[in-house]
Design a protein around this ligand. Structure first.
Ligand SMILES: Cc1ncc(COP(=O)(O)O)c(C=O)c1O
Length: 392
């Protein structure tokens, strides 16, 4: 009875894990969850107040399908100021989070038989969305020895006449890897040469460590800008995951189609939430908020990295961005048969929850999110170590 396109669909494993941990906590089980894909900071009050004001002012009706004009204007200014890319407001479409913005792009461009290059490990929703659009996922396997960094030369090996699109996610969820500018330039030039669309998911742009600077592929040249979809959201940067406001910037002729798809599916991103998003861009206090959050994440990353390194038989890359760390626990998962079994074992025996790497196309790894306090990181990794060592 169900359509073929949904026959394979799975719930997002990251959300499923968070739900399982909440359920166990509600039952009184003392469990530490490293599954969260969202900052543990509250949305700043000045953003909430702007949304409250919008509600009081009656901003409770449909909005233009591409987003309220003030927000599109503010986003154009942000993209020029921070990302060094010139977009007109008419080239920006606001949608229900980055997730929906990505889905709009795939719906608009992918057809049966198209191939999409997906560097692996990848964020869980990319393959599902690609498959829902009838296209084929071509995984580009990244190597731990190379820090999980995508290289143009590797990418080249996977291009065929059917390649339509490349998904770029730097800093990456789940590895925290960042593609250096020089390599990014080579990748972008290759895509221009082979006429491959670039979807640049920049959700973690604010979380870059060791003094690294973020580079948007669309800023590299006019030619690259023409083939690139710059996707971002308020979700992670301003700790607004539940608000569901994200956006895509791209050439106007494509933006028009994406706005039409928005209008025929969700109508518009929630109207009053867009006023909160506008405040996030306009209020000078935002800078301080994002800076503090980034510094907290950098300290936690350092701590998690040092503690995980002390566990025997674990290899691990020091993430350069995002808020995840991705240790290789294959020595242990092999003992139990799979990383799914290891994740269950860690919950049951260790009372610590992590997302198995197989959810991201990387069997044997575990993703730990460090969106928890330093104290929780210490205790959680202590439990992890104890549970793992008892398998040796
Ligand atoms: C790489 C990546 N892209 C997109 C999203 C979704 O963002 P949003 O909540 O804005 O839809 C996430 C959330 O986990 C993510 O990690």
């Amino acid at each position: 009875m169900l359509a073929k396109r949904v026959s394979h669909i799975k719930p997002a494993p990251t959300l499923a894990l968070t739900a399982k941990v909440s359920q166990l906590k509600a039952q009184g089980v003392d469990i530490i969850g490293f599954g969260a894909g969202e900052p543990d900071f509250d949305t700043p009050d000045f953003i909430k107040s702007a949304c409250e004001k919008a509600l009081k002012d009656g901003r409770t009706k449909y909005a233009p399908s591409a987003g309220i004009p003030e927000l599109r204007q503010a986003l154009a200014e942000k993209l020029l100021r921070e990302n060094k890319v010139e977009y007109k407001p008419s080239e920006i479409v606001v949608s229900a989070g980055a997730k929906m913005a990505l889905f709009l792009i795939m719906l608009a461009f992918l057809e049966e038989g198209d191939e999409v290059l997906l560097p692996s490990p990848y964020w869980v929703s990319y393959p599902e969305q690609i498959l829902l659009c009838g296209a084929r996922v071509v995984e580009v396997p990244l190597k731990e020895e190379e820090g999980f960094v995508l290289r143009a030369e590797l990418l080249r090996e996977y291009i065929t006449p059917k390649t339509k699109m490349l998904i770029l996610n730097s800093p990456s969820n789940p590895t925290g890897a960042v593609v250096p500018e020089e390599e990014l330039t080579k990748i972008a030039e290759l895509c221009v040469e082979r006429n491959i669309l670039i979807v640049s998911d920049e959700c973690y742009e604010a979380f870059l460590y060791d003094g690294e600077k973020f580079v948007s592929p669309a800023s590299l040249s006019k030619e690259v800008r023409e083939i690139t979809f710059t996707v971002n959201a308020f979700s992670k940067t301003f700790s607004m995951t539940g608000w569901r406001v994200g956006y895509v910037a791209c050439p106007e002729r494509y933006a028009k189609v994406l706005a039409d798809l928005n209008s025929q599916s969700i109508s518009n991103a929630t109207t009053f939430a867009q006023y909160g998003a506008l405040e996030a861009l306009k209020n000078p206090q935002s800078k301080e908020f994002v800076k503090n959050m980034k510094e907290a994440f950098e300290r936690r990353r350092n701590l998690a990295y040092e503690l995980l390194r002390e566990i025997p038989q674990v290899s691990l890359i020091k993430p350069k961005g995002a808020f995840y760390i991705f240790p290789n626990l294959s020595h242990y998962s092999q003992k139990l048969g799979s990383d799914l079994k290891l994740a269950d074992y860690l919950i049951e025996k260790g009372r610590v929850a992590c997302v198995p790497g197989s959810a991201f196309g990387a069997e044997g790894y575990m993703r730990l999110s460090y969106c928890v306090s330093e104290e929780t990181i210490r205790e959680g990794i202590r439990r992890l170590k104890e549970a793992l060592v008892s398998l040796l």
